[in-house]
Design a protein around this ligand. Structure first.
Ligand SMILES: Nc1ncnc2c1ncn2[C@@H]1O[C@H](COP(=O)(O)OP(=O)(O)OP(=O)(O)O)[C@@H](O)[C@H]1O
Length: 285
């Protein structure tokens, strides 16, 4: 499903959570939606899922607005950090309701994952530990097979092994059947290899939308004597640079080969670091 975002803004009182962002997500891909605390990620995802209204601008999904639009809301599954389900429901009833709501629901997958995560079908949501509650959210998100599945920090309380399992199953399901997956997380290093496209929000503005492989292959950290690094980065797009005692490190758009041929030390930049350098001390435009 094609998602078109045009001049989307959301104000809470005087607080501008989104300041007129525009972008298009054309294809089913795994998108990483990144940004510091308060950047506007959750606000965007809630508008996308039709749960709240924008103050101005619009989101169109295959040409339609998501708010109050049942055809679209059953095509979008948003799993948040917590409070996804009514506390008095039993696990089995959460799954039953989800199976009625999502037309592509995969009951077999839901059952397998429930066993995998050791969830008791008869336990009430309010009795689940934080990690178990997150596991239930993940199960619903994956089994919904919703053409747009959105995970907003979905795994609070889940241990590293359980998170790894989630990434593996997510990738397996995605390889079997491509869908749009939007993933917002602060554990970027863990998941960044899954991302195919990365969007970075900074104080309500979109500061980057880029193919993840392009970022991995065409950005690097170069180090060496300051004059040599300066000569290399001249005319290049520099993300960040630091000088110390005549030496310099610069994070730039460019290939490792170029930098090596220039006689500089070169390393790749993890997407997490890139996000930090891009958002460090800068105001959103
Ligand atoms: N219901 C609300 N009422 C008032 N202000 C809100 C509300 N929801 C979000 N905000 C504000 O909007 C801004 C963006 O918040 P949002 O939750 O969208 O950011 P985020 O990028 O998801 O942050 P985090 O990574 O911390 O979850 C913040 O300044 C936040 O305080």
């Amino acid at each position: 499903m094609k998602i078109e975002v045009k001049n989307l803004a959301k104000k809470y009182g005087n607080n501008e959570a989104l300041k007129g962002i525009s972008f298009t997500l054309e294809e089913p891909k795994i998108y990483g939606l990144l940004g510091r605390n308060g950047a506007g990620k959750t606000t965007f995802m809630e508008i996308l899922a039709g749960q709240i209204l924008a103050s101005s601008g619009e989101i169109k999904i295959d040409g339609e607005h998501p708010f109050d639009n049942q055809r679209l809301t059953e095509s979008i599954c948003l799993i948040k950090e917590g409070d996804n389900f009514k506390k008095d429901l039993k696990v089995k009833n959460v799954l039953k309701i989800a199976s009625y709501f999502y037309p592509n629901w995969d009951g077999q997958l839901a059952e397998e994952l429930t066993r995998e995560y050791n969830l008791n079908m008869n336990a009430k949501v309010k009795s689940l530990s934080k990690g178990m509650g997150s596991a239930l959210g993940i199960i619903v998100g994956l089994a919904s097979k919703a053409p747009i599945t959105v995970f907003d920090e979905p795994y609070i309380g889940l241990d590293a092994a359980a998170r790894k399992k989630f990434y593996e199953i997510l990738l397996e399901e995605y390889e079997n059947e491509k869908r749009t997956i939007i993933f917002s997380t602060h554990l970027i290093d863990e998941v960044s290899l899954l991302f195919e496209e990365v969007l970075i929000l900074q104080e309500g503005s979109l500061i980057m939308q880029e193919d993840a492989d392009m970022l991995r292959n065409n950005t690097c950290a170069v180090s060496g004597p300051a004059d040599k690094v300066e000569a290399f980065i001249k005319g290049k797009k520099v993300i960040e640079s630091k000088k110390l005692a005549g030496m310099m490190t610069a994070y730039v758009y460019g290939t490792s080969e170029e930098a090596r041929e220039f006689g500089l030390e070169v390393e790749g930049i993890p997407i997490q670091d890139l996000m930090i350098y891009l958002t460090e001390g800068k105001k959103g435009a």
